[in-house]
Design a protein around this ligand. Structure first.
Ligand code: UD2
Length: 328
C-alpha cells in the first residue's frame, strides 16, 4: 500500500477522484485540487489529513507553488472536462484543462527537479474511437474522434514521454465505462449508469438510444480505485499504459433488467434512434492489468447492487437530486 505519503489528486472532488480519496485517506496526507465544476465538497470525507484547494489546474502559478511547497510522493492527474460534447463546443478552453494544465505540471516537476515517486495520468478508452477491433488492447489502433479524445491521447503521450526523457516515473490508464457512487448524473452526457440509476431511484423516464443491445465494459469505481493504487505501487508499471475495465461487455438491456430487479419496479424506458456516432460494442483486453494481480472484485450484478445501496443510504448522493422526490 501507499502509506504515510503526500499525495496530490487533481479532480479529487469528482467521481473517481473522491472514491480514491476515500481509499487513501487513512494513512496519507492528501491534497485535492478541484474547481468544483463537476465535483462537489459533499463527495469528500472530513479529515485533518485532507487538504482541499478550490482551484483550477489551469492556474499554472498556483500549481507550481503547490508542487514546490508540498514535494509530493505520488501524483494522480484526474482533473478533466469529462463531457465529450463540451469539448466539441469549447475545444480551446477544454484543451487548456485536459492537456496544457497537465503539461505544465510535468514541466514543473522537470524544471524544479521534484522527486516524485510516481505520477499517474488518467486517460480514456475514447482514444480507441470507433475502430472495430475487439477487445481493445493497449496496442489496438488509436483513433481519437473528439477534442476530448485527442487531448487525452496527447497528454497520455506527454506523461509517458516525460517519464522516459526526464526520468520521472509515470504511468497512464485508459478507463472504460466507470460507474458507481458520486457519479454526477446532472448532464445528458453523464455516464449511462448514473442516468439509469437516477431513473430507477426517482422513477423518472430513461431514454434508450437504439435497441439496447449495445455493450460496454462497465467497471465499478471500487475496482478502478484498486487499479489506481496497484499501478502507483508497482515499479514495473512505470512507462506503460493500462486499460482499466473488466474484460467483459454487458448490454444496456441486461443492465436495465438488473436495475428493475434491484429497484423492485419497472423502469420507464423511452426508446429512440441510436445516438449519432455511437459504437455498438466495446470491451477491454485487461491482460496487462491482470498480470499485475488485478482482479475485478465486482461482477456487474454485485457492482450495481453495491451502487444502489450507496444511492439509497448515502445522503451525500442526494445533494444533486434533492429537487426530486425519491421513489417510495
Ligand atoms: C463513453 C464516454 C465518452 C467517450 C466514449 C468513447 C462516458 C459518459 N462517456 O461513451 O466520453 O469517452 O465512451 O467511446 O463515459 N445511452 C442511452 N441513453 C442515455 C445515455 C446513453 O441509451 O441517456 C447509451 C448510449 O447511446 C451508449 C451507451 O448508453 O450506447 C453508453 O453511453 P455512455 O455515454 O455512458 O458511454 P459511451 O461508451 O457511449
Amino acid at each position: 500500500m501507499i502509506q504515510k505519503s503526500k499525495i496530490l489528486i487533481t479532480g479529487g472532488a469528482g467521481f473517481v477522484g473522491s472514491n480514491l480519496v476515500d481509499a487513501l485517506i487513512g494513512t496519507n496526507e492528501i491534497v485535492v485540487v478541484d474547481d468544483l465544476s463537476m465535483g462537489s465538497l459533499n463527495n469528500l470525507p472530513r479529515s485533518p489529513h485532507l487538504h482541499f484547494f478550490k482551484h483550477s489546474i489551469t492556474d499554472a502559478a498556483f500549481m507550481q507553488q503547490l508542487l514546490k511547497a508540498w514535494c509530493f510522493d505520488y501524483i494522480y492527474l484526474l482533473a478533466a472536462v469529462a463531457s465529450v460534447a463540451d469539448t466539441i463546443q469549447r475545444p480551446i478552453a477544454t484543451h487548456e484543462i485536459n492537456e496544457v494544465a497537465n503539461l505544465n505540471i510535468l514541466e514543473t516537476i522537470k524544471t524544479e527537479r521534484l522527486s516524485v515517486q510516481k505520477l499517474l495520468f488518467a486517460s480514456s478508452a475514447a482514444v480507441y474511437g470507433n475502430q472495430p477491433e475487439l477487445p481493445k488492447a493497449e496496442t489496438s489502433p488509436i483513433d481519437p474522434l473528439s477534442p476530448y479524445a485527442i487531448d487525452k491521447f496527447a497528454t497520455e503521450r506527454f506523461t509517458i514521454d516525460y517519464g522516459r526523457l526526464f526520468d520521472i516515473p509515470t504511468v497512464a490508464t485508459r478507463f472504460f465505462n466507470v460507474y458507481g457512487s458520486k457519479q454526477n448524473p446532472s448532464s445528458p452526457y453523464s455516464g449511462v449508469l448514473s442516468l439509469l440509476s437516477d431513473s430507477a431511484k426517482f422513477d423518472t423516464p430513461f431514454t434508450l438510444f437504439g435497441d439496447g443491445e449495445q455493450t460496454r465494459d462497465f467497471v465499478y469505481v471500487k475496482d478502478v480505485v484498486q487499479a489506481l493504487i496497484l499501478l502507483m505501487r508497482l515499479p514495473e508499471t512505470t512507462g506503460r499504459v493500462y486499460n482499466v475495465g473488466t474484460g467483459h461487455g454487458v448490454s444496456l438491456n441486461t443492465i436495465i433488467s438488473h436495475f428493475e430487479t434491484i429497484g423492485g419496479h419497472k423502469l420507464r424506458v423511452t426508446r429512440t434512434m441510436p445516438r449519432l456516432g455511437d459504437i455498438q460494442k466495446s470491451f477491454a483486453d485487461i491482460t496487462a492489468l491482470t498480470k499485475l494481480g488485478y482482479r475485478a472484485n465486482y461482477s456487474i450484478a454485485d457492482g450495481l447492487l453495491d451502487y444502489w445501496r450507496s444511492l439509497t443510504t448515502d445522503q451525500s448522493n442526494d445533494g444533486q437530486n434533492d429537487h426530486r422526490k425519491m421513489k417510495g
